[in-house]
Ligand binder design. Structure first.
Ligand code: FEO
Length: 393
């Protein structure tokens, strides 16, 4: 990759991964991604901020070489996850005097993931600074803005915040800065839902903290940089707030059609009552789209038939995901149908332990939906609308 100049003596030395379609063997990345690393040439010292994924070592080494840098003094590791640290061993080999600058937790993880010896580390604490001569880098330790080791690096003189995974997007682009805010908004929202949403309270805390910094450019670890930082800061404030929208998300699966009839009926009824409904057929749904829909929704209704003694595995999986990403959703319910038994409702209810939600009485029926069941679905829709009104959405 050819490095890109951000400001004089500050370079993007990242890798654009146009082809990546899955992260963590789980999360779809339909727009690819980038692994951003940055090189800062100070008047006395040179610093690399983060490296790249496994297998991208030579690209990073080439990019550094093109900048003309012959010696690296510091390699900052803002986060130990391998998409940013995977190239560390080769960088350390090529630059034998370079030290990894990171916090104690990140050091522990890097040692364990990459078997890097202790003497290669400099451990810094929150707010500590390192001088590169004419440039100063300050470190902000921000645990649980995704991982326990997360930190940000702030280049004071140039007002650049290297924000780690925070505020990023899985979006491959040859543009250094956000090319189209509408496109990046959706990509960043998807990324927020998949990676950041479980940590809303910490996110709010660190939004406040970086709000005290004078920032011209936000340089995250994935996706394009923000030369208008307020765009992504305001989006994160909205997403991480407690405010929900008049939306119902219905992830569902149906084996023989009964659950689908119930879901469609409920969806139409809610829609006629002015509620925005987002349906996800779990046989074909993209997990990222589903998670993104959870960012704002006031209510989730899981549509799950019984399979053997419990909920259909796809509904089980979706409920597990919902519980894991901890959306700000206020209400949950369940609809579905069973044939000869099982305990699907109780199992699903028992899975939602991480989120503070009120359970609205499920509608779980035997066999094909009958007139009385549609009345129950009407009641469920009425209850959802009533609850939404009570919280002002
Ligand atoms: Fe992009 Fe948490 O690594």
């Amino acid at each position: 990759m050819i490095p890109k100049v951000i400001k004089k003596d500050i370079y993007w030395t990242g890798f654009i991964d146009w082809d990546r379609r899955l992260f963590d063997s789980l999360i779809p990345t339909p727009n690819g991604t980038t692994y951003n690393s940055y090189l800062i040439k100070g008047s006395e010292k040179t610093m690399l901020i983060d490296t790249s994924d496994f297998g991208k070592e030579n690209d990073l080494l080439n990019a550094i070489e093109i900048t003309g840098v012959k010696k690296i003094d510091y390699v900052v590791s803002n986060h130990a996850e391998q998409d940013h640290s995977g190239s560390l061993p080769k960088i350390l080999k090529k630059y034998p005097d370079a030290k990894i600058v990171t916090n104690a937790k990140c050091k522990e993880l890097i040692e364990s993931f990459l078997l890097i010896p202790e003497e290669r580390f400099i451990v810094i604490s929150d707010n500590q600074e390192i001088s590169l001569g004419n440039k100063t880098v300050q470190f902000i330790i921000a645990p649980w803005v995704h991982w326990p080791d997360t930190m940000f690096s702030y280049l004071k003189e140039d007002k650049i915040l290297f924000s780690c995974d925070f505020l990023g997007s899985h979006f491959a682009t040859s543009s250094l800065y956000v090319p189209d805010e509408r496109e990046i908004y959706l990509s960043a929202k998807r990324y927020y839902a998949e990676i950041m949403m479980p940590f809303r309270s910490m996110i709010r805390k660190y939004l406040e903290r970086i709000g005290k910094l004078d920032i011209d450019i936000i340089a995250p670890s994935h996706g394009p940089l923000y030369d208008k930082p307020s765009f992504i800061i305001e989006a994160y404030k909205d997403w991480s707030s407690d405010t929900v929208k008049n939306q119902v998300v219905i992830p569902y699966v149906s084996m023989h059609g009964s659950t689908k009839i119930m879901v469609d009926y409920l969806s139409e009824t809610l829609s006629n009552m002015g509620v925005e409904v987002k349906l996800f057929n779990l046989e074909i749904a993209d997990a990222g789209d589903l998670l993104m829909s959870l960012v704002d929704a006031a209510t989730i209704v899981v549509g799950a038939p019984t399979m053997l003694v419990g909920p259909h595995p796809l509904a089980y999986y979706a409920t597990y995901l919902v519980n894991a990403v901890r959306p700000k959703t206020k209400f949950v319910s369940i609809v579905g149908s069973f044939g000869w038994g099982g305990n699907a409702v109780e199992i699903l209810k028992g899975m939602i332990t991480n989120i503070k939600v009120e359970l609205i009485e499920p509608v779980y029926i035997k066999g094909y939906p009958k007139e009385i069941d549609f009345i129950s679905l009407d009641n469920l829709a009425n209850e959802i609308v009533k609850k939404h009104r009570e919280i002002g959405v």
